[in-house]
Design a protein around this ligand. Structure first.
Ligand code: NAD
Length: 495
């Protein structure tokens, strides 16, 4: 077994400190014989030290002017850009993603740092007319305090960027717990902020399990807000804890995103979008295309092309240049994906591509699954209703637009969606009718940009949207100020 020698530390109160709760070994999802990194994990006591450091640093940070806070974010951005290659390589290895996707993710995170560094100059309140003369009403935005940021492994750089940057620009202090599969990406981000000159305690990085460290971060009295991205199961527990302890909460959760392909669509473009949406990042994106809802009249032809495209994808370690799809993240995710494939087979759906683990050429040491396509899937089946989070696509056939939209909305989730059609009226109708936080027209279900809100409805999210101004506003409280400038002349006020 190849062993990484350095043991990475935790960042608490401006210092890199050894954790006291044992060591985490991060194994390569493409080859379990390889230890990619070793991290020392924090104890409960150290988690509280990190929270205390955040609380102590808060008053000084909130009094630092927003443009000055934003300048530090801008400096961190410059450093991230200089370190892009290393960050992308480490991320590709630990998350298993294809190197070009990892590079894209570094750039996306940098776009978010750039956007929020600009927002430091735009932390603007409103002024309102008053019922009274010589009276000014205005609002201002203030930070929450110490906040917990808990993130998943599938976007180990971009998601922390889109949470930490607005939290800091708004004047909050942060304790950040990354997923245990991808602590090196988190280390790189914390290091950029340290090297950018962030004062001690304003950002703390703690590595440890969700059950122990994460649990402290959602229950502790010192925490004023929680921003979480991850599974619905954990999101529900966090919602319960936040309600009981009165903390502000934002959760981005799972998805079961439909891509509708109408008979009039540009089928070459639709095919490329479906393959990217379903199998990019091995289907491990909250916005992955999980259901292809295709108009019956073109379904046989289009399903055959999707299967052919899936079969042509090259599976292998994401760090290799010629690979289209990397492994899934671990044994448990592999078992889950194979379980979904088994359920599709048991339900008698037509397997058009894949349907098995990949073990040739040493891939038995990793968690590789062949891109899998089932056709004639029942829209109410387990396969069509539950989030797979792996490279498995269900094709569901619809008679017409009306049936396609009904099928698209037949899910507890509402994150992303997409339609391929040349009919602009139909496309716009889809944007009205679809129950989802994001709608893509003639593009895959994937993606988002810093300057527009990201997030979902129904079971896909709790609380405010992320990214854009909305992502900044989550980390603030509005304060309303009533300013009487009569110099004491007003003796009564019925309002
Ligand atoms: P997960 O819920 O298992 O873990 C997410 C984070 O929560 C990790 O850091 C984990 O350590 C921590 N955690 C686990 N148990 C906890 C607990 N009891 N208390 C506090 N923290 C705890 O999710 P995952 O497997 O890392 O990520 C996959 C899921 O994330 C999928 O469902 C996917 O759809 C979702 N996701 C959503 C979005 C979005 O923006 N909507 C983006 C990416 C991923």
């Amino acid at each position: 077994m190849a062993t990484a020698t350095a043991v990475y530390k935790n960042f608490i109160n401006g210092k890199w400190v050894d954790g006291q709760a044992g060591e985490l070994q991060v194994l390569n999802p493409a080859n379990q014989d390889e230890v990619l990194s070793r991290f020392s994990m924090v104890s409960t006591e150290q988690t509280h030290e990190a929270l205390q450091a955040a609380q102590d640093a808060f008053q000084g940070w909130r009094r630092t002017s927003p443009p000055q806070r934003a300048r530090i974010v801008r400096k961190a951005l410059q450093l991230a850009e200089e370190r892009e290659d290393q960050i992308a390589r480490d991320m590709s290895l630990e998350a298993g993603k294809v190197l070009s996707d990892a590079r894209g993710e570094v750039i996306k995170g940098c776009n978010l740092l750039e956007f929020y560094s600009g927002e430091g100059l735009r932390l603007i309140g409103d002024a309102a007319p008053s019922e009274l003369g010589n009276n000014l009403l205005f609002t201002k935005r203030e930070p929450l305090g110490a906040v917990s940021i808990i993130t998943p492994w599938n976007f180990p750089w971009a998601i922390p960027c889109w949470k930490i940057a607005p939290a800091l620009v708004a004047g909050n202090s942060v304790v950040f717990k990354p997923a245990s599969f991808t602590p090196l990406s988190a280390y790189h981000l914390a290091k950029c902020f340290e090297d950018a000159g962030l004062p001690p305690g304003v950002l703390n990085l703690v590595v440890g399990s969700g059950r122990k460290v994460g649990n402290e971060l959602i229950h502790a009295d010192k925490v004023c807000g929680i921003s979480f991205t991850g599974s619905n199961e954990v999101g529900k527990q966090i919602e319960q804890a936040a309600m009981e302890t009165g903390k502000k909460l934002c959760c981005e959760l799972g998805g079961k995103n439909p891509c509708v392909v109408m008979a009039d669509a540009d089928l070459d473009s639709a095919l490329a979008g479906v393959l990217k949406g379903a199998f990019g990042a091995s289907g491990q994106r909250c916005t992955a295309t999980s259901r292809l809802i295709v108009e019956e009249s073109i379904a046989d032809e289009f399903a055959a092309r999707v299967a052919e495209g899936a079969n042509a994808l090259k599976v292998g370690p994401g760090i290799n240049d010629d690979v289209d799809m990397g492994p899934v993240i671990d044994q448990s995710q592999l078992d889950t994906v194979l379980g979904f494939i088994e359920s599709g087979n048991k339900d008698g759906f037509k397997l058009l591509a894949g349907g098995e683990r990949v073990t040739e050429n040493g891939m038995d040491k990793g968690f590789f699954v062949r891109p899998t396509v089932f056709d004639h899937v029942d829209q109410n089946s387990y396969l069509a209703q539950e989030e797979v989070f792996g490279p498995v696509l269900s094709i569901i056939r619809a008679k017409n637009y009306e049936e396609a939209i009904e099928m698209s909305n037949n899910t507890k989730y509402g994150l992303s969606s997409s339609i391929y059609t040349r009919d602009i009226n139909q496309a716009m109708k889809f944007s009205d009718d679809i129950e989802a936080g994001m709608v893509h027209i003639n593009s895959p279900t994937l993606g988002g940009e810093a300057q527009v809100p990201f997030g979902g409805i129904k079971a896909s999210g709790i609380g405010d949207r992320e990214m854009a101004k909305e992502g900044l506003h989550f980390f603030t409280e509005l304060k309303t100020v009533f300013l009487d400038y009569t110099g004491g002349a007003r003796k009564s006020n019925i309002y």
